[in-house]
Design a protein around this ligand. Sequence first.
Ligand SMILES: NC(=O)c1ccc[n+]([C@@H]2O[C@H](COP(=O)([O-])OP(=O)(O)OC[C@H]3O[C@@H](n4cnc5c(N)ncnc54)[C@H](OP(=O)(O)O)[C@@H]3O)[C@@H](O)[C@H]2O)c1
Length: 318
Amino acid sequence: MAINTNSKFTANDVPQQQGRRALITGANSGIGFEAALELARHGAEVILPARTLDKANDAIARIRRDVPNAKLTPAILDLASLASVRAFAAFIVTNFPGQSLDLLINNAGVMGIPNRELTVDGYERQFATNYLGPFALTALLFPHLKPQPGTRIVVVASAIANQGKIAFDNLQAERNYNPMFGAYAQSKLADLIFQQELQRRLTAAGSPILSTGAHPGYAITNLQSSGPQGQEQLLFRIMAAILKPLASQDAHNGALPTLYAATSPSVTPGGYYGPSGFQELKGYPVPAKICPAAKDLALAKRLWTETEKLTGVTFNIS
Ligand SMILES: NC(=O)c1ccc[n+]([C@@H]2O[C@H](COP(=O)([O-])OP(=O)(O)OC[C@H]3O[C@@H](n4cnc5c(N)ncnc54)[C@H](OP(=O)(O)O)[C@@H]3O)[C@@H](O)[C@H]2O)c1
């Protein structure tokens, strides 16, 4: 359960970001778009990769309506394809050479794909998009982050991580597929485990870079309409419909935990933030519950090793 504090962080509390370069995935929609807009409004240069250039350019046009002089770069990234992740990382190295990034926000995700789908790499689509792709992207871009205080890697997880289990004998849902409480929850628990383990490794290496995490609670975005469909998700849809008028928030407020994790001077190394209200569904950002599985050191080590094998990317932290 979230810890209540007296601080009520809003987008107005985002510190000035002039001179900082942020990269945020999934910024053409939902909370990613709102986070990108606020970072731009506060002076950050923002790189917005999307699945198509049209989607990235459309988001840029919408941000420019509010922030006409924003420095924004579109790009193509499909996190469900390791070749696309590598191509995008190469784009960054070419266009933003050296240690050039201040913020990497792993926000993009999919939820509750009704039937098991495999990616071009042969992995279950939610696990690949929400976890394997972001892990590979972070590992490939890590050498390009500025090794200085203020540099952060943010992972957007979900409160459903609390219901998740890393099933090493069913990682790709090869034995059975439960869209929401199986595959989606597993992918989001993997995100949280990654975020926590990354901080431990950064600390051990003496790195000034922080790994922080966030979840938006229940924010009304395209996630609900693009994801859960089909009979087996009826229960989830009924629950969501009941909670929506009582305990949901808009995408702008859903982005606050992400903005807090990315920019607040009050974060702690490895800090994980979510909404303050009932069941962490809505409210101002506060430290969020980290479930026991996300604190399991042996599980984190095993998952990291397995992920390097699955992605073919070695994550070197020095
Ligand atoms: N909304 C909530 O209540 C809630 C709760 C817990 C966690 N979250 C997490 O919050 C994050 C943002 O979700 P949202 O609610 O803002 O949903 P959203 O509006 O659907 O945005 C998701 C974003 O991810 C992008 N994306 C999906 N698949 C991708 C892929 N293969 N490669 C690259 N980008 C991809 C989408 O691009 P397209 O436009 O091309 O689909 C979109 O930009 C997700 O990680 C989600 O799991 C949301």
